[in-house]
Design a protein around this ligand. Structure first.
Ligand code: AMP
Ligand code: ZN
Length: 130
């Protein structure tokens, strides 16, 4: 059973932020910050890499619109847009979704840090390009 498919079907309750024929946006139950929202395609795709390009583009249009609305109306100072892809990246619900996480100040309840590593950039480029 996919918990997000059950939410989409209406079998599990949710706090709906936005809905159209293809997309549902709900408040994340964890509310990492006030207004933390999940935007998902109604069709079940495990990760965003599995989505057809046009469906992904249309999902992200909705994400942009909602991120603006949420940030403005909750008077946030910014937001993080996050897609965890596969377990290694922290994906726990295997129905792709985009996190919109409003940011208020440096003391809010989320910390995203980038630590530095030393890789040979030309080797990395060669590997990416295959
Ligand atoms: P991820 O780690 O990217 O797969 O994120 C899954 C998110 O789904 C987590 O932030 C959970 O808090 C959220 N979540 C799980 N179950 C529900 C639910 N029934 N309603 C709303 N959010 C949920
Ligand atoms: Zn699903």
């Amino acid at each position: 059973m996919c918990v997000f498919c059950e939410i989409i079907k209406g079998n599990i309750p949710s706090a709906k932020v936005y809905e159209d024929d293809d997309v549902l946006a709900i408040l994340d139950i964890s509310q990492t910050t006030k207004g933390h929202t999940l935007v998902m395609p109604k069709k079940h795709y495990e990760t965003f890499l599995d989505m057809p390009e046009d469906e992904y583009a249309s999902l992200m249009k909705t994400v942009q619109k909602l991120a603006g609305q949420i940030t403005r109306n909750l008077k946030a100072n910014g937001c993080n847009i996050l897609i965890n892809t596969k377990e290694a990246a922290g994906q726990t619900v295997m129905h792709t979704h985009v996190h919109i996480i409003p940011r208020y100040d440096s003391n809010d309840t989320i910390e995203i840090g980038f630590k530095e590593n030393k890789f040979d950039l030309s080797e990395v480029l060669n590997e990416i390009k295959g």
